[in-house]
Design a protein around this ligand. Structure first.
Ligand SMILES: [Mg+2]
Length: 275
């Protein structure tokens, strides 16, 4: 099932002579598809399904229970306890950005992303505020490790403060300088704190084995990590974007929109209707 069912390019024959029809020119007409239309369902689900909110509450409720257990277990820890949290789609909901891409028929770009984060307009993911307040009230520090760029720090910090999370110092924000992998930053945080819980929407928020891994290897590693989910690792839903999608393109984001469309269609597990 290649591009036959989902054509992005049509060849049309145009122009005729006065007496006898003959082909003068073959012109390639590109039918421009909206490059982000395929994510409409995902964005609508994040913005409008109560199930999305229930999953977020579920994640943060588990987190609060784990905080109780951990604090009871670790009476005199060698290092202060900390929770590591990703920011995007873990603490901040960026669905208006993705919705705006669809409405404007454009793809993600650093320029539009930076314009969005500069607006400081993202709402909190349901349950995040209460969880952070709960962890802090139990003496557990909160550290953000995010792949927002360091130059986005001030806007991100202000956005989060404006939404009521005003207890996390700027030095507890570990944003991206050069590398997307979070391993290095996790090590720095682990030198200072005993990291007891990690929250993220992308598996790379938990461990570097997931970085740039294939679809198959991501699933294998998830199976290996299975006992840790709901224990030390707590995942939030994000149907809009993430490495799950990058893996479909072999992390080659320079592919054309038509190629990516084809990659997605070819990745569908289907069966033959009526057979
Ligand atoms: Mg994220």
């Amino acid at each position: 099932m290649k591009n036959l069912l989902f054509p992005t390019v049509l060849i049309t024959v145009i122009a005729f002579s006065s007496c006898q029809p003959k082909v003068d020119k073959v012109e390639e007409v590109i039918i421009k598809k909206n490059p982000t239309e395929y994510s409409t369902g995902a964005v609508l689900w994040q913005q409008h399904s109560a199930e999305y909110e229930a999953l977020c509450y579920q994640a943060y409720n588990i987190g609060e229970r784990r905080i109780d257990e951990i604090v009871a277990e670790k009476k005199n820890p060698d290092k202060p306890l900390a929770v590591v949290m990703d920011i995007d789609e873990t603490v901040l909901d960026n669905s208006p950005y993705n919705a705006t891409l669809i409405a404007n028929q454009i793809s993600y770009s650093k320029k539009t992303w930076m314009e969005w984060t500069a607006m400081q307009s993202a709402d909190l993911v349901p349950g995040a505020l209460e969880f952070i307040q709960y962890a802090k009230s139990k003496g557990v520090e909160v550290v953000f490790i995010s792949n927002r760029m360091e130059e986005e720090l001030d806007d991100t910090y202000q956005n989060i403060i404006d939404r009521g999370v005003d207890t996390i110092a700027k030095e507890n924000y570990y944003l991206k300088s050069t590398t997307s992998s979070k391993d290095e930053r996790r090590e720095i945080v682990s030198d200072k704190y005993e990291v007891v819980l990690m929250f993220g929407d992308n598996l790379g928020d938990f461990n570097g084995v997931f970085d740039k891994a294939t679809v198959i290897d991501r699933k294998k590693n998830v199976a290996n990590f299975r006992p840790l989910f709901g224990d030390k690792l707590i995942i939030l839903p994000n149907p809009m974007y993430g490495e799950w999608e990058g893996a479909l393109y072999n992390y080659d984001f320079s592919r054309s929109n038509a190629q990516k469309d084809s990659n997605r269609m070819n990745a569908l597990n289907i069966y033959s209707i009526g057979k």
